[in-house]
Design a protein around this ligand. Sequence first.
Ligand SMILES: *Cc1c(COP(=O)(O)O)cnc(C)c1O
Length: 425
Amino acid sequence: MSEYHIETKCVQAGYRPGNGEPREVPIIQSTTFKYDTSADVGRLFDLEASGYFYTRLQNPTNDYVAAKIAQMEGGTAGMLTSSGQAANFFAVFNIASKGDHVVACSTIYGGTFNLFNVTMRRMGIDFTFVSPDCTDEELDAAFCPNTKAVFGETIANPALTVLDFDKFARAAHAHGVPLIVDNTFATPVNCRPFEFGADIVTHSTTKYMDGHGAAVGGAIIDSGRFDWMAHADKFPGLTTPDESYHGITYAEKFGKEGAFITKATAQLMRDFGSIQSPQNAFYLNLGLESLHCRMKQHCANGLALAGFLKSSPKVEWVSYPSLPGDKYYDRALKYLPNGSCGVVSFGVRGGRKEAEDFMGRLKIFAIETHVADARSCCLHPASSTHRQLTEQELIDCGISGNLVRMSCGLENTEDLVADVEQALG
Ligand SMILES: *Cc1c(COP(=O)(O)O)cnc(C)c1O
């Protein structure tokens, strides 16, 4: 499959049926798997043979779909998780534990920020947050001897900043640690972070990949390129024997290509059980089959809406990376030449009240906390997700009282622009 274009991989990668087998990915709706002898099961538990024994750790439906996403990203191994939150937690916790430190971009998704800044700190992992536009020197200064990873988002939700892959990958590798990138908003259709130096990619498949608002899910993909053994002292969990798995050393037994995902499955999935249900993996695969077609329309709608908003006197500012003149336009051209996403943020001229009134007049865009699916939707963070914050706290996290986040779905472009035009009044 690796020789094919992304569109072909969206449709066909992962599941390749044999003679007389179902054409569509089968849903293996079974918690457990049957074996003839205890010795067979023993070999599975020892990771001596590959196969399935319990769906808390692995399921064939999930693995077909994970293999598809791995091929779309150009990686060597992948796994599905129950949510995007679980994917980001596993991706970091797989290599960082109590006493370790991670450098992360400050504009990351609020849920991930909270996971890192509150919950993982409570687990004894320290984080330094850096601006996506920091200098090389500022980025360098964020590293500590115990730093184990660098984390950023290709396109940040909802800040819409674009990751400077060159800068963040260079810094991570100079310090001997991997760059983990959440590629949710761009999807591998618009950006493949491994081509720009990332080592691990994560997804909230809940967004464009599923694309229909049907199933919460996540994914982790390994590029297979990070050399854990070359930095063995930093990553003992991968480079020294795992006593909970009969003394297996993941990086030795599974190599660069398989160590990260095998460890995350064998330890983290075993112990936390944040697995995606096979039924949801099936829905996700239906979404992936049309992802390349849908992203084109999401992006065309986003660009048209951003262009209209920029020309409107009722609008104070617009943020959309693929819009000429945007602060991140040059970076988007470099890393997202075919388009970015369908999400546009803007400020309604006036303030909080004008923003709320605008939202109340919309007919096609529905008010939802979700983004990135087939139906257009919008959110006023100051009166919903961020309503507990004071005006000053809103400013500190880059959310003005008049900010509205619009997620362009798959409807007709003119209808969407006309809806926003009438609602601006
Ligand atoms: C939504 C989102 C998440 C969290 O994903 P869930 O599937 O909701 O758990 C993580 N990262 C980004 C960029 C997101 O947009």
